[in-house]
Ligand binder design. Structure first.
Ligand code: CA
Length: 622
């Protein structure tokens, strides 16, 4: 019975635990709040096998290729993960379901798409040349290079530079992003781009045997070549901020850099990238000596394989700095990944303004976002030798990564967990972050370096074990994952579990039934289960939420925003396939715990209702 209860515990935790990708939200592409263009790569899946033996991997691979027609695109033996392409025309959902039934599979999931996390693209903004930037920098001394790094917030970088150790190891910061303009004068004149000394450029040979051909300055996981470029601009901008946290990049001649930037391109020219490429970039970074990983990207999908890759980085003592997201929403309620994984090496960063307000677009979360950092109109490098300003949690994150590199240079044996503590506790307390972030601090470079110099180095980190948090993924209730009761055997233990579930479920069902039939909540139209995003317009303010049921009469809307019963709300609802959006107005008719709301459509246009009706064909009735 004790074992039975333990299993029930797992099951209940799975029901009420971590929000899965079902409540996804997009990260910042171009507007606030944005919808992701697509959720996962067509036909692609990532699989984790239960056993790490190579015999098991061989036999699974053989079965997948010969019997099911999969193409194995990558096998990361260290992580026990396989990236596979299903045969043409196969649906991802069906493929994943099928794989989850395989007794050899620990989990299977779609290859989710993530997005860069800036608010503006940098395009259409007048770029500044190096000379123009220097001239402005000199005339606006204090607000620019005088310790302010092109932000008005006193992050005390220059004062920190004056107390750094005269020499130290060149810490490598991997910028996992859209790439880097290697020829930008800021990077060439500072000699700041990582160079793989074991690799000969352009000879078509993997000289150092690390598995990558011609990876001289990082790697391009989009083209799977060593050709580094930035066809978006985001990665170059982010890399410039990492460097600018460690030295002046605005006033030539520039000093030799104290750190190295390892550009790893996994986001394409539109700022989108696949989980499989992100995992490979993380694995590459850690295996090739990076000690800080900058991740100015994210999305609403929980990926167990990405979670596992970040756990691997933690076990190697590597810090993982992540953008909190730009949807102006609460990550405690609507998690943003990778920022919202609970691996202890993750620093989740919100964006603040020059006056230390929380930026209007920034995500927050007192339980899940660690701290704030400037992310509002930050001037940094842009392809073609230019400088531009951009805003986003993407811009806030690299300040933290740059500071982390300086701490590591100062104290080479410090591990990720302690670096995180030094940065989050070394920041300045700012009132705008109270109840919005865990530490309620905005980054302060000088204070954190002072603390690092005096710190006793911890040689161990708190233990952390990867556990799959997506209840939909695991293939059985036993073990660490969250499965379904259908996988259990038929013995007496099963029946006692079902009985216990029934004891919980019956009162719940009665309560639900009562709640749903009370007041003006009776429905004239059938409702369908759906899992999609919604943009809300409340008095000109834009917010993001999710829709969990839909019908021709209205929706159940989930949001952290407080909605008044009887109030009107304008909604832009994303279709289940992510391909279209309908605009509709509704009235709030019931609310639950200020999180779930019933919204009845008001004068919905015929065209809108016919779109919604077409969506419901593929959905299950509630
Ligand atoms: Ca190589």
């Amino acid at each position: 019975m004790v074992r039975t209860l333990a299993k029930i515990g797992i099951y209940v935790a799975c029901l009420f635990g971590y929000a899965s990708h079902a409540h996804g939200q997009g990260s910042g592409a171009n507007t606030v709040p944005p919808f992701p263009a697509k959720r996962y790569a067509p036909g692609e899946v990532i699989v984790k096998l239960k056993s790490s033996s190579s015999a098991m991997a061989q036999s699974f691979r053989g079965k997948a290729v010969s019997q099911k027609g999969f193409d194995v695109k990558a096998h990361w033996e260290g992580l026990g993960l396989m990236h596979m392409q299903a045969k043409a025309g196969a649906s991802v959902e069906a493929t994943v379901e099928d794989l989850r039934r395989d007794p050899d599979v620990e989990f299977a999931e779609p290859n989710y798409i993530f997005e860069k996390a800036n608010v503006d693209s940098g395009q259409g903004i007048n770029p500044l040349t190096v000379a123009q930037t220097a001239a402005i920098s000199q005339s606006a001394n204090q607000a620019f290079s005088g310790g302010y790094l092109a932000t008005g917030a006193p992050i005390a970088a220059t004062t920190a530079w004056s107390i750094l150790a005269p020499s130290g190891p060149q810490v490598i910061v991997a910028v996992i992003d859209t790439g880097l303009d290697l020829s930008h004068p800021v990077f060439t004149s500072t000699n700041s781009v990582w160079r793989n000394l074991g690799e000969v450029a352009g000879n078509g040979v993997d000289d150092d045997g690390n598995g990558y051909i011609d990876d001289v300055n990082g790697f391009n996981f989009v083209s799977h070549t060593g050709a580094m470029l930035d066809d978006d601009g985001h990665g170059t901008h982010v890399a410039g901020i990492v460097l600018a946290t460690t030295q002046d990049i605005y006033n030539p001649p520039l000093a030799d850099s104290k750190i190295k930037i390892m550009p790893l391109k996994f986001l394409d020219g539109t700022g989108s990238g696949r989980t499989s490429d992100a995992i490979e970039a993380i694995y590459y970074a850690v295996s090739n000596g990076a000690q800080v990983l900058n991740n100015s990207w994210g999305g609403g999908s929980y990926s167990a394989s990405l979670h596992q890759a970040i756990t691997f980085a933690y076990q190697q003592g590597v810090l993982f700095v992540a953008a909190a997201g730009n949807s102006a929403t609460n990550n405690d309620a609507l998690p943003m990944f990778p920022a919202s994984y609970d691996v202890p090496n993750i620093v989740s960063v919100a964006a603040t303004t020059n006056s230390d307000a929380l930026a209007y677009f920034s995500n927050f979360g007192r339980g899940t976002v660690d701290m704030g950092s400037p992310g509002f109109d930050i001037l940094s490098t842009y392809p073609g030798g230019y400088f531009v300003s951009m805003r986003g949690t993407s811009m806030a994150t690299p300040f933290v990564a740059g500071l982390a590199a300086l701490i590591k240079r100062e104290r080479p044996n410090v591990l990720a967990y302690q670096i995180k503590t030094l940065i989050t506790t070394g920041g300045d307390s700012v009132t705008s972050l109270v109840n919005k972030t865990k530490m309620e601090t905005r980054l302060n470079v000088h204070e954190s370096i002072v603390s690092a110099k005096a710190a006793t180095i911890d040689t161990t980190q708190p233990p952390y074990t990867f556990t799959n948090r997506d209840r939909n993924l695991a293939s059985g209730i036993a073990g660490t994952g969250c499965g379904t009761v259908t996988k259990m055997g038929g013995g007496p233990e099963t029946w006692s579990i079902l009985l216990l579930i029934a004891l919980f479920a019956v009162p719940f069902a009665i309560w639900t039934a009562l709640r749903r039939t009370s007041g003006d909540n009776r429905r004239a139209h059938p409702r369908y289960k759906i899992d999609t995003e919604v943009k809300l317009n409340l008095d000109g303010r834009e917010l993001i939420g999710s829709i969990s049921t839909i019908g021709l009469g209205g929706v159940q809307l989930n949001t952290n925003a407080m909605l008044d019963r009887g109030g009107l709300v304008r909604m832009s609802i994303l279709s289940p396939d992510g391909q279209e959006v309908v605009e509709v107005e509704g009235r709030v008719v019931w609310s639950e715990a200020n999180k779930a709301y019933g919204v009845q459509f008001q004068q919905a246009r015929e065209s809108v209702l016919s779109r919604i009706q077409s969506w419901t064909r593929g959905l299950v009735k509630t």
